[in-house]
Design a binder for this molecule. Sequence first.
Ligand code: TRP
Ligand code: ZN
Length: 885
Amino acid sequence: MRTEQPKMIYLKDYQAPDYLIDETHLTFELFEDHSLVHAQLVMRRNPERGTGLPPLVLDGQQLELLSVTLADQELTAADYQLTDSHLTLQPPSETFTLDTTVKIHPETNTALEGLYKSSGMFCTQCEAEGFRKITYYLDRPDVMSVFTTTVIAEQHSYPVLLSNGNPIASGPGEDGRHWATWEDPFKKPAYLFALVAGDLWCVEDSFTTMTNREVALRIYVEPENIDKCQHAMTSLKKSMRWDEETYGREYDLDIFMIVAVNDFNMGAMENKGLNIFNSSAVLARAETATDAAHQRVEAIVAHEYFHNWSGNRVTCRDWFQLSLKEGFTVFRDSGFSADMNSATVKRIQDVAYLRTHQFAEDAGPMAHAVRPDSFIEISNFYTLTVYEKGSEVVGMIHTLLGAEGFRKGSDLYFERHDGQAVTCDDFIKAMEDANGADLSQFKRWYSQAGTPRLAVSEAYDAAAKTYSLTFRQSCPPTPDKVEKLPFVIPVELGLLDGQGAGIALRLAGEATAGDTSRVISVTEAEQTFTFVDIAEKPLPSLLRGFSAPVKLSFPYSRDQLMFLMQHDSDGFNRWDAGQQLAVQVLQELIGQHQAGQPLKLDQRLIDALRTVLSDESLDQAMVAEMLSLPSEAYLTEISEVADVDAIHAAREFARKQLADNLFEGLWLRYQANRELSKQTPYVAEAEHFARRALQNIALSYLMLSGKPEVLAATLDQFDTSDNMTERLTALAVLVNSPFEAEKAQALAVFAENFKDNPLVMDQWFSVQAGSTLPGGLARVKALMQHPAFTIKNPNKVRALVGAFAGQNLINFHAADGSGYRFLADLVIQLNTLNPQIASRQLAPLTRWRKYDSARQALMKAELERILGAGELSSDVFEVVSKSLA
Ligand code: TRP
Ligand code: ZN
């Protein structure tokens, strides 16, 4: 907890460090009731910072200082200043060695930052500023050092002792203890430090790099999970090969390790040579993990592995540059996932997520630029904006420069900055220099927050055979009050003729026509593009592949959207046309509900989805995506004022109508795919994911019919399937159904079967927390008393509370404010236990401006109550105070 008022930190105040650390030698003595950390730092004055010897100010929090020796002189308390966040001393000369010993308490560390214990093992999480909870240090990413680490612990309980780099020595110690020393030859900032000590087993494999070096690969887990590592190992090898082939990036150390831990604040962490993962991001096998979980493991393994270059070899100068590594690495892992699975489906899922959640963040009180210019607590800036919008920004550079130009730019970036801590500007500069391009206006994407609007209008001149598109861009104001200048918006587009064929595109002034799809750059507030030789009025297909993270509007009729759904050559836009059609139809239903009229579903949506459903030539995963109506969260995001009840009623009504009208087609597709699932053993591959995705969305519609044959099929799928994808869908379908006896029975059987598997129990919690049937809060409160629940485990909190507040909107936003009160109580409790998780769980309350005045008042009252709840962590303080500002 803070003792002073948290203060804002500004990018404009950045200064290079006064001192550098060339070598870091650490020795950890791990015990059950405390641990000792001895640090020897070989330091020198930073030549870039002029002459003289200013005081050395080291970061350190929650450390008990036992001794300090500076240049071989043991210091006394009179020789230094100590506060609860810093140790200040006077260096004797330009180069010197500093030795400290501190005592820390990993065994009581519930914040899961620094050194902590999880399921009996010691592990670390240092990003962003956790290393200062381990020892006194210059805990900033532009201070890079080589490390040697010795870990000493009791042999029986902690047979495995790991740290970054290569193992160089180990041996027995006294009193049943043993030790191991690791050496990491690559200079790194402290946030990439890692240590693990525990009773772990490992799965081993190896990878031969492009230059024929042999790399040992190891995944360490608790013994009972040794059978759930194969998918992660396969994903790792695919990632290593892909990064060589796509970016020319080779792995550098002789060993690469992943450790799975149960208590972890995020998905995973890219510590050099020793990635530490949330067990949910490693463990996967058919019987216990869904297809979505398998794909998530593959993506996160890739993401962390890719950080070895985009993050570790080339790191961030300061935390304002976080998207330098995160946006780029998300872009890299998306490309990998697209290549491993269906590229169009991957794009659809990424865009749906971005438009629902990142757009909401960008329109809320915590809105910030991809490169923020101030923060109170950096942990609050590991956001959708930095990650997903950051990835979109890199993706736009890829679109503007083309694949080859982009690769030249990334090659130059890695070569020029290897071993350095750099900025987003350095990244852009490499892209410019390698291509002779000017990205100066483009850089506004890094400094201007908010989602740009792009309104498009058309004009056709039949006599002149010209077709003009006029683009008007604007960007709503954000809390930072930064003035919004026009963005560079790459718009990929095509024009369809009356038969749905693409027209070869030629802009006025061009000599010849080119392809039927091209990218134009909108750079002005208002700009018109005129196409020539257009024999008939075309239908535009705009923002293909979602070529820019903007809210595009064009006045499509429903018939035009149906036409695009069938004919657009761009798969992403076919899906998006369907979504736009569904949005129009759902908004009409919302209006009817609000006016107290009977609801009536536009027949065209039924017809359009019937066509999709019967199209056997379409990728089944595409069919599944196209059958999915826009989520309540997305409908909320695009509403001026979200009417929670009307949105829920409209969407449920549409689902039921679709289920009734498309029953035959859904039932055929369900049965065909279910048969295949019965006959084929589980395989974690795209084609199989696709088949099960369609099977499962079909089942969720079919169950709305309440027909006995569907109930029987669901129970059969629940009882007899060999994989968690089918079983969990059957459970979810039952949980949301009115069949109380079958529901209770299935929940009990599932819990009994999987009570010893915490990750499966997370699914069990989530499915129930997400049930939109009345009484949601009471169910969640009861589940918090279940023996498998603990508030100390972030996965449990996310599975139950996160799923309730984030996905079960109708229950969370209950008009009496009970959902808000519940969440605020939880945040207050988590504030002391785990500030990072507390602050993340708060997000739904920060969106209060979206709701009616009664709900606004209730939500604000809960935010005020949190603010008045005493000692707030900087994490919670920043989010609450900005939300109320
Ligand atoms: N760098 C991690 C990633 O790959 C993010 C991360 C993991 C993190 N653990 C964290 C960030 C704890 C803040 C706090 O995305
Ligand atoms: Zn990352």
